[in-house]
Ligand binder design. Structure first.
Ligand code: NAD
Length: 284
């Protein structure tokens, strides 16, 4: 398999823009595909702003920023991805949309190309089955904010071959990030451990065992976590957590993953965390 030099990124939202940015910064030629021109413009402006911040903080030179921007090619035409060695999909979390995209990419890309999904909760094998190259389909799960977070989970399905995994490990390391190997099960490694912890923090609060501030202080000072679980939930989004917990509960049928009643009610009330101005804390 040739080295990965040409990368395609599908979706230029929160995650896709970050993935495109780090790939271009690492020296890859990157084509970024969006369904919507306005979203593409917004995403590209976000990339420029983020790179400018690195220059301001003197962690990147102005020349390197300009070179990274020059390696990015925004587009709304899927055909522009044809020459990619690797395509990373970061479009909406909807399996029908992703399967359709995987089938289109499979028909378009050369036989050596790898196709990856950045999904947080869907089965990678379901997308792989929409292609004729399941051995070259895997998950590449980045963390938000992508330019700052060091971890990438490389997700191996029951069909992914080892050569694909080795190539993806090399690619992630080239981005300056740390790959870990995960299997194609809901939550991979990090959310499999994190989601039950966050849900248990909600149960602790719901049961009146401690105040929200004391739960957060307890985990910060007692365990050295950078933020407490209820603050973290407000960051991640209560709606997102609820959605992921439900998927994990559906799969494992383990009460550990069952969304607590309070979480459901907060989501129904529109208290989604920071983004809605209110979650466990007020951000008005
Ligand atoms: N937000 C997170 O913290 C996070 C973390 C890890 C993984 N993820 C995963 O990353 C993916 C994207 O999440 P996000 O938060 O960036 O979403 P987002 O809504 O910010 O961005 C998705 C973008 O995809 C575009 N899009 C939709 N269909 C498309 C298509 N067919 N072709 C090209 N573009 C298309 C939309 O216009 C939108 O701009 C999801 O699968 C999500 O599960 C999200």
């Amino acid at each position: 398999m040739p080295d990965i030099t040409r990368v395609g990124v599908c979706g230029c939202g929160l995650m896709g823009s970050g993935i495109a940015q780090v790939a271009a910064t690492a020296g890859c030629d990157v084509v970024v595909l969006e369904a919507v021109q306005a979203a593409l413009d917004r995403g590209m402006a976000g990339i420029k702003k983020s790179l400018d911040k690195f220059v301001e903080k003197k962690t990147m030179s102005a020349e390197d920023r300009d070179a990274a921007l020059a390696r990015l090619k925004p587009t709304t035409r899927i055909e522009d991805l044809t020459a990619s060695d690797l395509v990373i999909e970061a479009v909406v979390e909807n399996v029908a949309v992703k399967k359709e995209l995987f089938a289109q990419l499979d028909a378009l890309l050369s036989p050596h190309a790898i196709i990856c999904s950045n999904t947080s909760s869907l089965c990678i094998i379901e997308m792989a089955a929409a292609t004729k190259r399941p051995a070259q389909v895997a998950g590449l799960h980045f963390f938000n904010p992508v330019p700052l977070m060091k971890l990438v989970e490389v997700v191996k399905t029951i069909s992914t071959d080892q050569k694909t995994i080795d190539t993806l490990f090399g690619f992630v390391e080239r981005l300056g990030k740390k790959p870990i190997l995960a299997s194609d099960t809901p939550g991979f490694v990090v959310n499999r451990l994190l989601v039950p912890y966050l849900l248990y923090a909600i149960r602790t609060y719901e049961a009146g065992l401690a105040s929200r501030e004391d739960i957060d202080e307890g985990m910060k000072l007692g365990c050295g976590h950078p933020m407490g679980p209820l603050t973290l939930l407000d960051f991640v989004g209560l709606d997102t957590t609820y959605y992921i917990a439900q998927i994990m509960f559906d799969e494992f049928k383990d009460p550990m993953f069952a969304p607590p009643p309070l979480l459901k009610r907060m989501v129904l009330a529109g208290h989604h965390g920071r983004k809605s101005g209110k979650g466990f804390y007020d951000y008005a």
